[in-house]
Design a protein around this ligand. Structure first.
Ligand code: NOJ
Length: 553
């Protein structure tokens, strides 16, 4: 176990960098990224200026859902390395003053998990099945699923076994849902939290945190499609049978007790798709401490919309006693350099259609997308709270929308009957060098094909180049480290030119951020000094789609 500095609040305004291990760096030329690959690139991350890394799952997995189908929560997938490699990773991160957060996937296991294998060998009604959700079917011969629930990846949320029983999977059939009313399930996850905490991890990103507690009292209720729901449509009183039930908080209060056994206390961040008004408990100090807020990512790029989202997130975090979280990209969404290249009015469904058209229709304005992405990043990094970056956004990587269909691995592709292309386009391995078989990702090619454009976007191509996206991130993270004070934010409507398309606020230490989201230039506030700009300025004007950090001498 490493000695971590014991500031218990280090995470409140930390910048986290999400590593999707299979796509980060490949050390053994098998085309798949691995932990030794991560270790070799940690100096790059320290130099970038992030505080912590979050590792997406690296556990043994059949990869039915990119590793979010975990066969053993306390081991490393042999294709990605060993526990010794993990320990070396922690030691090297520690040496570089980087903290490490890991992903924990408690809603479901892999169907390869020893518990599920035991359940399959057992007869209907055997207690070995109680760790999961098994039911008889409906209809005279039980041939119909127990409910009409549709899984998040499409298709029924139930699969029938040859012995006639059905089991629940809110995601792929290879991801059976656990029964969190079972004491052994609860106890085993506490063992897992201690296992990684003892090895020196700083915290846990909690997958599908809002799904663990379910109303499984028979008869189960029909509710239909559980996909792509709008969290604001969930009932206010927590009465949905699957999502955001009040009982879930008892689980996380138990987890908190484990977190607090350590110095500094371990932290958690909930992936919780819940109503804004019900997010606070997940993030409270007696539960996980933080919860993701994806409203910032989903907001249209307009000043009033973003301001409302920022105010809402800050006040919700205050209410929870947590700090706010900000995300623009992750392994589940279209990379923001591409999302912001598309017409603003596109809905999430329209963006799926764009992916299905291999990114051809509507035409993405890539230059505009990158410009807006850089402006959005500087805005995000100026906000109070934690920012979660996703690997490759520091290079301005676009979504790879035209991956050949034969290469697609996301289960949504098959499960949707080829109607939803899925998330592979943001998971294409990173380019480190201008040329070479996989642009420096590894010597053995890459498990998803990289486009030619990756060469000029590589780390090598951007390193030391003034104005490159990589150097912008470095400068921003360096400055942020120097400027960061308390978590206050004061909107400045009266300084400079009042303008509906502008977000302008003050942080502590004389630091101001002005983001011009409109289509026309805005005058720089008189007397201000520009520390950093997301794009070139024109005289004393901030051009459209540009963010500046100002110092008020
Ligand atoms: C959320 C994860 O981010 C996503 O990648 C995964 O498919 C689902 N949870 C199911 O584990």
């Amino acid at each position: 176990m490493t000695d971590q500095p014991s500031d218990p609040h280090w995470w409140r305004q930390a910048v986290f960098y999400q590593i999707y291990p299979r796509s980060f760096a490949d050390s053994d030329a098998d085309g798949v990224g691995d932990l030794p690959g991560v270790i070799s690139r940690l100096p790059f991350l320290a130099d970038l200026g992030v505080d912590a890394v979050w590792l997406s799952p690296f556990y043994p997995s059949a990869l039915a859902d990119g590793g979010y189908d975990v066969a053993d929560y306390r081991d490393v997938d042999p294709r990605l390395g060993t526990l010794d490699d993990f320990d070396r990773l922690i030691a090297e991160a520690d040496r570089l003053s980087l903290k490490v957060m890991v992903d924990i996937v408690p809603n479901h296991t892999s169907s390869d998990h020893r518990w599920f294998q035991e359940a399959l060998r057992a007869a209907p009604g055997d207690p070995a099945r109680d760790r999961y959700v098994f039911r008889a079917g409906r209809g005279p011969d039980g041939a119909l699923p127990p409910t009409d629930w549709v899984s998040c990846f499409g298709g029924p949320a139930w699969t029938r076994l040859p012995d006639g029983q059905w089991y629940l999977h809110l995601f792929a059939p290879e991801q059976p849902d656990l029964n969190w009313d079972h004491p052994e399930v609860r106890a085993d996850f506490l063992t897992t939290l201690r296992f990684w905490s003892d090895r020196g991890v700083a915290g846990f990103r909690v997958d599908v945190a809002h799904g663990l507690a379910k109303d499984l009292v028979d008869p189960l209720r029909d509710i239909g499609d559980v996909r792509g729901y709008d969290p604001e449509d969930l009932p206010e009183d927590g009465s949905h049978p699957l999502w955001d039930r009040d009982e879930v908080h008892g689980i996380f209060r138990e987890w908190r007790k484990v977190f607090d056994e350590y110095d500094p206390p371990r932290i958690g961040v909930a992936e919780a798709w819940v109503r804004d008004a019900r997010r606070a408990p997940y993030a409270s100090p007696d539960e996980l401490g933080q919860a993701f807020n994806f409203d910032f990512l989903n907001a249209p790029p307009s000043a009033p919309a973003l301001r409302a989202v920022i105010d809402g997130a800050l006040s919700a975090a205050r209410e929870a006693g947590a700090s706010a979280t900000w995300v623009l990209s992750n392994h589940d969404v279209i990379r923001h350099a591409s999302r912001l290249a598309l017409p603003d009015e596109l809905s999430r469904a329209d963006r799926e259609t764009w992916l299905l058209a291999d990114g051809r229709e509507p035409v993405a304005d890539r230059a505009l997308g990158l410009r807006r992405a850089r402006a959005a990043t500087l805005l995000m990094l100026a906000l109070p709270g934690s920012s979660y970056l996703y690997q490759g956004e520091e290079l301005g990587l676009p979504e790879v929308a035209d991956l050949p269909r034969s290469a697609l691995q996301d289960p949504t592709w098959e499960r949707s009957g080829h109607q939803v292309k899925g998330r592979d386009g943001c998971r294409v391995p990173l380019p480190w060098t201008r040329s070479g078989p996989s642009y420096g990702f590894g010597d053995g090619g890459s498990w998803l094909p990289q486009p030619e454009s990756f060469g000029e976007l590589s780390v090598e191509a951007q390193e030391g180049v003034a104005g490159s996206t990589l150097e912008l991130y470095r400068e921003a993270l360096g400055l942020r480290g120097q400027l960061l004070g308390d978590e206050g934010l004061e909107w400045l409507d009266s300084v400079g030119q009042p303008h509906a398309g502008v977000l302008h606020f003050r942080r502590s230490n004389g630091w101001q951020c002005l983001s011009n989201l409109s289509a026309r230039p805005v005058q720089l506030p008189a007397g201000s000094e520009v520390m950093l700009s997301s794009g070139p300025l024109t005289g004393d004007e901030v051009p459209p789609h540009t963010t500046v950090w100002l110092l008020w001498p």
